[in-house]
Ligand binder design. Structure first.
Ligand code: ADE
Ligand code: ZN
Ligand code: ZN
Length: 258
């Protein structure tokens, strides 16, 4: 009996945490890898020191890895922002619990601050790498009423899933590529195109994700059976977002370590 209740408890804990994850590990790492490849020499050196040699790809999942630890509960709302499609972020009163934009700003502030400890600087740098990825998952700029698509149940190749998970991980996982393979096979951009992607600021990038989220919300019916056709239509959007997240993360970091 005791064994059974431990098993049930373990299962229920796993289910409760598997519901609202972010770009899966592969997506976050691909974004980290793209950023790593676009760092200035100065930024690369400074980051190497702060992260004790770990790559941006490797640290990109840290903010998810600590989610199940209750002592980091206050950081949970940092992974997304929800507001309605007809509003702009600047029109809303930001949540007092924080959101992905406030989170990114806080990370930048701590990393910049000469008085920050080494431990804090590493922690917030890892968080920044992760949050720049989350910001580019369209449904992380979603609607509160369906928790960014987590409550929109769909089937993925005959198995239960939800719209949020399809975009976080189902499409990427079924692609079957490692993060280095994904990063190496992204569209090749010239200098001008890279500059174009890196232009603007966090608020522009939020707006872009919000617009994409509207497309994503319109792409399925509740309960729809999704398979190859859906990836065929939307995997390129996922890849573009992973690439943009990486290029913009590099921009933010290059500005920080000038
Ligand atoms: N939980 C509530 N809203 C969410 C969102 N937009 N993304 C991820 N997790 C969420
Ligand atoms: Zn997510
Ligand atoms: Zn996240």
């Amino acid at each position: 009996m005791k064994k059974l209740s431990i098993l049930l408890l373990t299962l229920s804990i796993q289910f409760s945490f598997s519901n609202d994850y972010d770009w899966g590990k592969t997506g976050h790492r691909a974004t980290g890898e793209v950023a790593q490849q676009h760092l200035s020499r100065k930024a690369k050196k400074a980051i190497y020191k702060i992260l004790d040699g770990e790559s941006l790809a490797l640290v990109s999942t840290y903010a998810d890895d600590i989610k199940s630890d209750r002592s980091y509960k206050a950081f949970s709302p940092w992974h997304y922002v929800n507001f309605s499609a007809d509003e702009k972020y600047t029109d809303i009163t930001p949540s007092e619990h924080g959101d992905v934009i406030q989170g990114i700003r806080k990370c930048i502030e701590v990393i910049k601050d000469k008085n920050s400890t080494e431990v804090d600087r590493a922690f917030y740098l890892k968080f920044l790498v992760h949050l720049m990825g989350d910001l580019h998952q369209p449904l992380h700029v979603g609607h509160a009423e369906d928790k960014g698509g987590n409550d929109i149940q769909v089937q993925w190749f005959g198995k239960g899933s939800n719209l949020h998970r399809v975009w976080d991980s189902n499409m990427i996982d079924d692609y079957g590529m490692s993060y280095t393979e994904i990063a190496a096979n992204l569209p090749v951009l010239n200098k001008k195109e890279i500059k174009q992607v890196q232009s603007g600021d966090i608020l522009d990038w939020v707006e872009e994700s919000q617009k994409l989220a509207a497309v994503v919300y319109g792409s399925v019916e509740k309960g729809e059976k999704l398979s190859y056709r859906y990836s065929y239509d939307y995997l390129s959007v996922v890849e573009d977002q992973l690439q943009k997240g990486g290029l913009r993360l590099a921009k933010v970091l290059n500005d920080l370590f000038k």
